[in-house]
Design a protein around this ligand. Structure first.
Ligand code: ADP
Length: 663
């Protein structure tokens, strides 16, 4: 057996860097991490044996700097580079540069990546090799009229995809010919800004689509096997939210057809390492000929742990063994499916505010113990605007699907993350969704039932009451175990009654709080008065409330005028309204356009002096892989523009100022 690498550099950050370092430790391989300014104190840096600073926080100046990363490997004596996913993981020039420096790239060859790198070329190649592909146009021509004609021939609805796309970027579903040109322009622009390639392909939109992908693995001895499938149909705007393995409801015959096609696809390009063949499946009637190749991802996937839990293999270990010249540790015949697994992706994002990415400091971070957690952060770490706001992945396993899913739901309910808004409550609601429990998954499920899935996200009265008490000052000082000893608030406020306005997302809640005795209050909002007794405050943040005989415990954390309240999987973030508009508000004056989240400006078609109408698109920005159009809040004239394409902006930054039209 070939000897394995002595030292590996991990060209990534966050959760996946930690994941790879974990396996290296298990195998006795030394590790080198890389880090940007923002990541100096990150978990992956702490976990690695050594770490090299490679640049400033923006990814263009650090994690995408191929030459500096290779230099770091050479300087530390690393012999191989693991790219993780994202960043440089599917960049064939990076592979060539790594190899030219005498290092091993832990992944497929540059040639394999090139063959699969562009969706149009990959589809053409697969078509030739006899793998079923989604019907559509994936040729050279790009003029609007021609593509619109192709869309007519294919038949609506169609899907426009940036050929260099990934992560759902540059993709637009078009339902009728009237909106085709606008959608095309927007897809091209996103493709150009994200991948430097504005070219697109057009596909038939498959009805009730399910996304089912097959994990493949190849070695340098010509062996290629599959490790079964994953179902990633639970998506929001083409991005995976919860994944599972195996796919619910598929017959052995269909599995055999899909895994067979995947191995054939990998063989066509003599694939080495871990790869994934993504298929779109007609969910209206599962059948062995109802699946089509979409693309191949020539790397490890975010959702690889569900495959690990049903096969028992460590896929990162396999990657390392194969890259060091070893054979696949197991044959196809030795593969079996053990039970069922789920993965949920926890993000710092706000489901009640269009899932906009959030930033913040993780004051509390508690995960349940009996499940697998993959994370790149610890308590006290910051979710910054520079990188993907993923906080963690929860992965569960069970003897069967129902068991694994109920474990996931319980795990989400036990997860406590305070300090920034997360999607945990949304994921918990999703994991209790009846159609999902039944295995009735398709990529439209989340959008269809969004109202129901985020209904629970409105703050329950107990959260509003707890936030009100905090705003009133009833919870400080927090270092007392019981509040009976605490007398401060009474004297502090003089009058035992006070109005407070809390902002929760877009909603304003007007509250009147009256202190009725030493530990009792009356909290009135929405025409209802809630008598409440403050029973205890434990560990500074755990508040017990007695709501007319109903005893409730909630967690409350306050930072200046921001109050975060949580119980079970539900967390709400309130802001005390202070009269004047604070710099952080993203509402702004009515004549301003503010950045609703941190991101990058991708287009700024407006110019100073131009007259605009309310609703006109003034700015296009990109955040968390999505394009957001910012519109004029009123009719007026543009007085000032402080944005330009390519500029990185903070949440709340003033981008455009409008003035009245002078007749
Ligand atoms: P990306 O590389 O940006 O992730 P993919 O081609 O993998 O793009 O597609 C992402 C998702 O978009 C799929 O998982 C699926 O939900 C949806 N999708 C892609 N192609 C089709 C199609 N032809 N019909 C219906 N849905 C599709």
């Amino acid at each position: 057996m070939m000897s394995m690498f002595s030292k590996i550099l991990i060209a990534n950050r966050g959760e996946i860097a930690c994941r790879v370092i974990g396996t290296c430790r298990k195998l006795g391989i030394k590790t080198v991490a890389i880090y940007s300014d923002a990541d100096r104190l990150s978990r992956h840096v702490e976990m690695a044996d050594e770490a090299i600073h490679i640049g400033a926080s923006p990814v263009m100046e650090s994690y995408l700097k191929a030459d500096r990363i290779i230099q770091a490997a050479l300087a530390t004596g690393a012999v191989a580079i693991h790219p993780g996913f994202g960043f440089l993981s599917e960049n064939p020039e990076f592979v060539e540069a790594v190899e030219a420096a005498g290092l091993v790239f832990i992944g497929p060859s540059a040639a394999s990546m090139r063959a699969m790198g562009l969706k149009d070329a990959a589809k053409a190649l697969m078509e030739k090799s006899g793998v079923p592909v989604v019907p559509g146009y994936h040729g050279e021509r790009q003029d609007t009229d021609f593509l619109a004609e192709q869309a007519d021939i294919i038949g609506y609805p169609v899907l426009i995809k940036a050929r260099a796309g990934g992560g759902g970027k540059g993709m637009r579903k078009v339902d009728d010919p009237n909106t085709f040109a606008t959608a095309l322009e927007s897809a091209k622009r996103e493709g150009q800004s994200s991948f430097g390639d504005g070219r697109v392909l057009i596909e038939k939109f498959i009805p009730n689509p399910r996304h089912i992908e097959v994990q493949v693995f190849g070695d340098s001895h010509g062996n290629i096997i599959h490790l079964f499938e994953r179902d990633c149909s639970l998506q929001r705007r083409h991005q995976k939210v919860i994944e599972e393995a195996p796919a619910p409801g598929i017959s052995d015959e269909m599995r055999a057809a899909m895994t067979g096609a995947a191995v054939k696809a990998a063989r066509t390009i003599s694939y080495e390492g871990a790869g994934t063949i993504e298929f779109i499946v007609d969910g209206t009637a599962l059948r062995p000929d109802g699946f089509w190749f979409m693309e191949m991802n020539t790397r490890l996937q975010v959702e690889h742990p569900v495959t690990e839990l049903i096969t028992g293999h460590d896929l990162v270990e396999w990657q390392i063994r194969v890259a060091s010249g070893g054979k696949l540790p197991k044959t196809q015949e030795q593969q079996t499916i053990d039970g069922h697994a789920f993965e949920a992706r926890i993000y710092a994002e706000d489901p009640t505010n269009g899932f906009l990415p959030e930033t913040g400091k993780l004051e509390t971070l508690i995960f349940p113990e009996n499940v697998r957690i993959e994370t790149g952060v610890r308590v006290g770490d910051e979710i910054t605007p520079f990188y993907d706001p993923m906080i963690a992945k929860i992965i569960t396993h069970g003897e069967n699907r129902a068991q694994a899913l109920s474990t996931l739901r319980l795990a989400l309910e036990k997860t406590r993350i305070l300090g920034c808004v997360t999607n945990v409550g949304f994921l918990a609601a999703l994991s209790a969704h009846e159609g999902f429990l039944d295995g009735q998954v398709d990529t439209g499920l989340i959008a269809r039932d969004m109202a129901q899935l985020i209904a629970d996200q409105n703050p329950p009265p107990a959260h509003i009451i707890a936030a009100s008490l905090s705003a009133f000052g009833a919870l400080d000082p927090m270092d007392h175990d019981t509040v009976s000893a605490k007398l401060g608030a009474w004297q502090l406020w003089g009058a035992p009654s006070r109005p407070v306005t809390l902002l929760e997302g877009d909603a304003e809640i007007d509250i009147r709080i009256t202190r009725t005795s030493n530990d009792a209050y009356d909290v009135a909002f929405g025409d209802v008065s809630h008598p409440v007794r403050l029973v205890s405050v434990k560990n500074k943040t755990s508040i017990r409330l007695d709501l007319e005989g109903h005893m409730i415990t909630v967690e409350v954390i306050r930072q200046a005028d921001v109050i975060v309240v949580s119980s079970r999987a539900h967390t709400h973030c309130f802001k005390i309204k202070t009269g004047e508009t604070t710099g952080e508000s993203t509402e702004g004056a009515s004549n301003q356009v503010l950045a609703p989240m941190p991101g990058i400006i991708t287009a700024c078609p407006a110019s100073v002096g131009a007259s605009v109408s309310r609703g006109d698109r003034l700015i296009v920005m990109e955040a968390m892989k999505m394009e957001h159009a910012l519109e004029a809040p009123m009719d007026g004239v543009i007085v000032e523009i402080s944005a330009s394409a390519g500029m990185q902006v903070e949440k709340g930054a003033v981008l455009v100022v409008l003035g009245e039209i002078n007749e």
